[in-house]
Design a protein around this ligand. Structure first.
Ligand code: SAM
Length: 334
């Protein structure tokens, strides 16, 4: 099949699916309590795509060339019976199924997720210092429990990567300790630059720790060397410890944007399709799905959206775009 290309020649390969806008953490840079409090208008159950609707959309995306599907949120593991959804998606041929999680519920859910057909998880973990971690998640959740979740996922046979967002003054003093914790393990640790998304309009460039600086700080303790990327659309730049301690990655979405190779589409929990993390508006798929559209009609809709795609927000970032409204990270899932 001819790959579906957008206006900049980028194929559609990865679909990120947010399955809930709710989360059991209140990470200060993502879902701060002051904004996401008791009265926050989270989506109602009937607004969410059902598991059957998600499975149908994912199968159609797979027929258009999507090879990786990543479940996200909110916190995907707080959606009731998520294992059933994993079972439905795991049955779609030629699709690798991944999930991004804060890891809090992995100790009890990892085995069932693996049995249902999940291939790998990415665990978000911004600090291995318990006090720092508790203050970042802002629900006093102990880091030990997330580390247990990583162990449970590994024991269940899932591939595990660890992602750490770095915000200057919040957790950058723990970069080396994080690296140390995962050196010599099977888990690749990736550091992510703090981005200006969602309510974080108060985001400041001086709170971004550039990927170069992260690499420099680790290299000063355990010398690193670059590793060539395997995939054109790889978001992280990889480095290996010269002493054989494994690899780390850095995702420099702010200081070195990588829109040129972006092959990702994002589906919100209520069925809106976004062709960029920084898009202000999505394309509603739920309405046609519930109005009885045929697979052919949905295919035509998706083709139209992707072939008209021109987004490259990160590369075009200017003082003007910084002031635009932004979609919440907890809504679109990162
Ligand atoms: N709850 C899941 C988790 O914790 O991985 C999935 C959703 S969460 C929105 C996905 C990722 O986005 C997390 O790794 C989180 O740290 C990251 N994130 C949230 N806000 C961010 C920001 N402003 N800049 C960079 N990453 C951010």
């Amino acid at each position: 099949m001819e790959p579906l290309l957008d206006r900049l020649g980028r194929p559609l390969e990865t679909l990120r699916v947010s399955i809930t806008d709710r989360c059991n953490f209140r990470c200060v840079y993502c879902m701060p309590k002051e904004v996401f409090g008791r009265d926050y208008p989270f989506l109602a159950r009937e607004q969410l795509l059902t598991f059957e609707e998600i499975a149908r959309v994912v199968s159609i995306f797979a027929s258009l060339g999507v090879r990786t599907v990543r479940l996200t949120g909110g916190e995907p593991l707080v959606r009731r019976d998520v294992e059933q959804l994993v079972g439905l998606l795991g049955a779609i041929p030629d699709v690798e199924l991944a999930l991004t999680t804060n890891g809090a519920l992995l100790p009890q859910k990892a085995a069932a997720l693996a049995a249902a057909g999940l291939d790998r998880v990415t665990v978000s973990l911004d600090s291995v210092d318990d006090a720092t971690f508790r203050s970042l998640n802002d629900v006093d959740f102990p880091v030990e429990r997330v580390l247990e979740g990583i162990d449970a996922a590994t024991a269940a046979g899932l591939g595990v990567k660890v992602n750490a967002v770095v915000k200057r003054g919040a957790n950058d003093d723990g970069i080396v300790a994080l690296a140390e914790r995962f050196r010599g393990t099977a888990h690749v640790l990736r550091f992510i630059e703090y981005m200006d998304v969602g309510h974080t309009n108060g985001w400041r460039l001086d709170e971004v720790v550039p990927a170069e600086e992260i690499v420099r700080r680790i290299d000063a303790v355990w010398p690193l060397e670059p590793v060539a990327s395997e995939r054109a659309d790889e978001t992280s730049r990889r480095f290996r410890y010269r002493d054989g301690g494994g690899e780390i990655g850095v995702i420099s979405s702010v200081t070195q944007p990588f829109c040129g190779a972006c092959s990702r589409a994002r589906l919100s929990a209520e069925g809106s399709l976004y062709t960029c993390l920084f898009a202000v508006r999505g394309h509603d798929l739920r309405e046609p799905l519930r109005a009885g559209a045929s697979d052919e009609e949905i295919v035509a809709l998706l083709r139209g959206i992707w072939t008209r795609r021109t987004d490259r927000y990160s590369e075009l970032r200017t003082a003007g775009t910084a002031a635009l409204p932004k979609v919440e990270m907890s809504y679109i899932g990162g």
